[in-house]
Design a binder for this molecule. Structure first.
Ligand SMILES: CC(C)(COP(=O)(O)OP(=O)(O)OC[C@H]1O[C@@H](n2cnc3c(N)ncnc32)[C@H](O)[C@@H]1OP(=O)(O)O)[C@@H](O)C(=O)NCCC(=O)NCCS
Length: 235
């Protein structure tokens, strides 16, 4: 477990960059500043988003993505303006960095999340898969715990702990994002074993098998009032 105060975290083979919602709000209040960050297509997507909250969340994760991807490209000797780094999405909403043809660039695997005061992007090592989830730690209805988890997934003394539950939730969502499956999949289809391993069932299991049954790793961090989990695997 890593506790961090900076906006860049290294978790396993992934790097995570965070951008505050406040910073995204500043960009949104000076539309000309968005030209530095967004491609024309991304500007159109932003304009189509309905609520100010959705716009802030969406933009904070894209700014984080462009920073972390831009840093990797600079280190590789290919400095690229942020507006030329295109973060696109599959129909399932799974995000990807688009190459010149608009196809996923598998050397730059990304996963996005927004929660509380932050948007975040995890960038995996070239040719790996990555899933990441960020959630604010807060008390939640016991019915939600029943929906999400089995009691065997939590230490008996942490059954009601908001942090333990939030951490477990982010782990499940991170695995679902790595697998690229969306809202249709039950969070109980991803179970955390006491030894730290991941056990899959149902649609999550089928999807994992279709990807060649890669070994899944989980890495946890606490960031301010949030839990952040990254899941990685080989491709
Ligand atoms: C898709 C899902 C993982 C998003 O999680 P969330 O906590 O609501 O929202 P987050 O901010 O963490 O993540 C949103 C980002 O996930 C990414 N995402 C969406 N669908 C995805 C998919 N199929 N695969 C990978 N990433 C996906 C997107 O980048 C999205 O951000 P964007 O719309 O700005 O591009 C989640 O809603 C889901 O489908 N969970 C399935 C289990 C379930 O039923 N959950 C209900 C809660 S009890």
């Amino acid at each position: 477990m890593t506790t961090a105060e900076t906006s860049i975290l290294r978790l396993g083979t992934a790097e995570v960059e965070l951008c505050s919602i406040g910073e995204a709000e500043v960009f949104l209040s000076y539309p000309a500043s968005l030209d530095e960050w967004l491609s024309a297509g991304e500007r159109r997507t932003l304009e189509g988003l309905r609520t100010p909250k959705r716009k802030r969340d969406w933009l904070s994760a894209r700014v984080a993505a462009k920073r972390v991807v831009g840093r990797r490209l600079r280190a590789l000797g290919h400095p690229t303006p942020s507006a030329d780094i295109e973060i696109a999405s599959h129909e399932s909403r799974e995000p990807f960095v688009a190459d010149e043809e608009g196809d996923p660039d598998e050397s730059l695997p990304v996963s996005l999340s927004h929660a509380g005061d932050y948007g975040a992007c995890a960038l995996g090592a070239p040719g790996t898969r990555v899933g990441m989830d960020l959630e604010r730690i807060e008390p939640r209805d016991p019915a939600w715990r029943e929906l999400m988890a089995d009691d065997s997934e939590l230490e008996p003394d942490s059954l009601g702990s908001p942090e333990a539950l939030t951490r477990l939730w982010t782990a499940k969502e991170a695995v679902l994002k790595l697998l690229g499956v969306g809202l249709s999949v039950d969070l109980r289809g991803v179970m955390l074993r006491a030894d730290g391993g991941v056990q899959l069932a149902g649609a999550a299991l089928e999807r994992w098998k279709s990807l060649g049954a890669p070994e899944l790793e989980l890495h946890f961090a606490r960031y301010h009032d949030c839990c952040l989990t990254v899941s990685t695997s080989r491709r």
